[in-house]
Design a protein around this ligand. Structure first.
Ligand code: HSE
Length: 309
């Protein structure tokens, strides 16, 4: 049997729409992500377990894990029956890279189980394609950090999809999922098809400056430049209480705050545990909309997808 775990991730990281992604892990040691176990079987079986298994499509062919298996069967030129267990512990359409968690853990587990030799680039291409099937567009800002850990810069050039970027170790990341869904497709449909030259220039300044600040170890500059002028202005209107929360979290000591991926999860950054706890408490009380929502205080997950069990 093989078993792999894939961590949650924050797509965009505020300043890098479709270009930056960060893998995260709760500091309390709990697992925020999905896992996949595969064992030999004489018939194909996909068992969904975990906190959010009930949200998965009833039609197995719509399950991304089935699509991943199909992809590997096509690649090998034959159908190999296996028994798969998907532990779906990530809420769907939450903005925390839930689909990437299932895609990456399945892809890596199948590669290992079928003992196929594939490069990191080839694996990423498979993951991007599967992500595209779910969200309607190929973007690597969740699958790359989920697979490789840390902060990833997506360059999406031929033979070169990503680069790892250093990130400030002292930063603590607080994520709050309000307990409601927002599909990436819907969230993307709110964005303009074109941006003005002025916005393009400003966005380049923010993103290039942010990357420069990470390499030159200037956390204050990085925070100052972590601005989202591409997605946030258009998405806040469908994320309840986001604008108000952002204002209050900054007052409570957050260095910055943004939409995680396509939302509705909010992320906040701070550099001390006292503020992190205050922020987490406020979010639990005021940002969550129901009992299923959650808040986690996280560090950067540097491992990415790993074998467990
Ligand atoms: N970067 C994409 C978006 C997906 O914001 O639409 C993020 O998970």
């Amino acid at each position: 049997m093989v078993k792999f775990f894939s961590p949650a991730s924050i797509g965009n990281v505020g300043v890098g729409f479709d270009v930056l992604g960060l893998a995260i892990s709760p500091i309390d040691g709990s697992f925020l992500g999905d896992s996949i176990s595969i064992k030999a079987s004489n018939k194909f079986q996909l068992i969904n377990t975990g906190l959010f298994a009930h949200e998965l499509p009833i039609d197995i062919k719509k399950n991304i894990v089935w699509k991943c298996w199909k992809h590997f069967c096509n690649m090998m030129g034959k159908k190999i029956p296996i028994s798969i267990e998907l532990e779906k512990n990530m809420p769907i359409s939450s903005g925390l890279g839930s689909s990437a968690c299932s895609i990456v853990s399945s892809t890596i587990a199948m590669k290992e189980f079928f003992n196929i030799s594939l490069t990191q680039l080839e694996l990423l291409i498979i993951m991007g394609k599967l992500e595209g099937e779910i969200s309607g567009s190929i973007h690597y800002d969740n699958v790359a950090p989920c697979y490789l850990g840390g902060l990833q810069l997506i360059i999406n050039e031929e033979n070169n999809i990503h680069q790892s970027i250093p990130i400030f170790k002292e930063w603590i990341w607080i994520v709050a999922w309000p307990g409601i869904k927002l599909s990436t497709e819907t969230s993307r449909s709110l964005l303009p098809l074109k941006y003005t030259k002025q916005v393009c220039i400003k966005h380049s300044q923010h993103l290039a400056g942010f990357i420069h600040a990470t390499y030159t170890k200037q956390p204050n500059l990085a925070i100052q430049l972590m601005k989202d002028i591409i997605a946030e202005p258009y998405r806040i209107k469908i994320i309840p209480n986001f604008f108000n929360a952002k204002k209050i979290l900054i007052e409570l000591g957050a260095l910055n705050c943004g939409i995680s991926g396509s939302g509705p999860t909010l992320f906040a950054i701070c550099n001390n545990m006292k503020s992190a706890k205050k922020i987490a408490q406020w979010l639990t009380k005021h940002y969550l909309q129901n009992q299923t929502g959650f808040v986690h205080i996280c560090n950067v997950d540097i491992l990415g997808t790993r074998k467990i069990g």
